[in-house]
Write a protein that binds this ligand. Structure first.
Ligand code: TXA
Ligand code: MG
Length: 315
């Protein structure tokens, strides 16, 4: 049975230790309950997608106890400085450039060179983040396609023992996910409307912001709004073997001689954890293309195949 623990000094320590150990922890924020994992641990992050049964890898929001800690992992632009000093802690997530070698899993960024970061306005959430001492990736703590949870009981009903610990901090104050703003350049764009209203953001910046979907015709870096990663080498999917000059990205025990094997044992969670780092690794000019072994269309395999198809189509 999943453990629902009321907030206390001890339960926060238990949850923090579980996070450091690579386990999944559900915790309250002012927006919705988050399904947290150590954002520097590929396998732990892959566990989030497995637990949610997500059909594809959307990039995830990474949570920090304060802005100073976030600034260790991402670069703050002038726009971001303005928005963070006005609205953090709060229901605002900022998409910013990852610092090179920052250590965040590529899976939290779905292979992009940006990461969404947030400091929640929830005392106990920040206590947990401080105690964990690692950045915490956390989407809403529900299975894919279900409603976002605003109580610990919602989480337990939906995820059950897919999560190691649920911290119970009572109902969420906002009950709606954070507003996601792309603040990488000087033309900020709202990528997801949420708990912080557009008007408040525009008032703070003293100018209108772009809104993804509504303003899609506005020139922005291609691929940004759809947020997918595509290697510069061609990808050849469902490949039985490598052709001349190709790298082979294998899967399972049948992929002997692969340049890289996502999971020699055929474990989809391990494969998901390795996907983006191996694609990056094989995306080198010495290879004419990356041939990818077939991945079973089940469990996390659906998400892996979704990303591979986008990567193959996106170049
Ligand atoms: O309120 C919230 O934001 C909750 C609580 C738990 O903090 N978290 C949440 O996380 O909703 P998540 O991971 O489900 O939200 C991710 C959103 C998606 O819309 C995703 O596309 C966008 O943020 N996103 C994350 N990283 C991105 C990136 N690098 N580039 C573009 N969009 C990104
Ligand atoms: Mg959600």
């Amino acid at each position: 049975m999943v453990k629902i623990l009321p907030i206390s000094e001890q339960s926060i320590e238990t949850a923090a230790a579980a996070l450091r150990g690579g386990a999944l922890v559900a915790f309250p924020t002012e927006t919705v309950y988050g399904l947290g994992a150590d954002a520097t641990n590929d396998r732990a992050v892959a566990g989030i997608f497995a637990a949610k049964g997500r059909p594809k890898f959307n990039p995830l929001i990474v949570h920090f106890p304060d802005r100073e800690t976030a600034a260790v992992f991402v670069d703050f632009t002038e726009t971001a400085e303005k928005l963070a000093s006005r609205f953090w802690p709060g229901a605002l997530s900022l998409v910013l450039p990852r610092k090179p070698g920052c250590g965040l899993s590529l899976l939290v960024s779905a292979g992009l060179d940006t990461a969404a970061v947030r400091v929640p306005a929830h005392e106990d959430a920040r206590r947990l983040l401080r105690a964990a001492g690692v950045p915490v990736a956390a989407p809403s703590a529900n299975r894919s396609g279900r409603l976002s949870p605003t109580t610990a009981q919602h989480v337990a009903d939906d995820l059950g023992d897919r999560v190691a610990v649920i911290l119970d901090g009572g109902p969420c104050r906002i009950g709606l996910e954070s507003t996601v703003v792309d603040a990488t350049g000087d033309r900020p764009a709202i990528l997801r409307q949420g708990g912080l209203p557009q008007e408040a953001i525009e008032a703070a910046l003293g100018k209108p912001v772009l809104v993804a979907g509504a303003d899609d015709a506005t020139p922005r870096s291609p691929g940004m709004l759809t947020a997918h990663y595509a290697p510069s080498r061609p990808l050849r999917l469902d490949a039985a073997a490598a052709g001349p000059g190709e790298a082979l990205l294998g899967f399972g025990p049948g992929s002997a001689g692969a340049t890289r094997n996502l999971s020699p044992a055929g474990d989809l969670v391990e494969a998901a954890a390795n996907l983006f780092s191996y694609l990056h690794e094989l995306d080198r000019p010495e290879f004419s293309a990356i041939a990818v072994a077939p991945i079973p269309e089940e469990g996390l395999g659906r998400a892996i195949n979704d990303r591979l198809r986008r990567a193959a189509a996106g170049r």
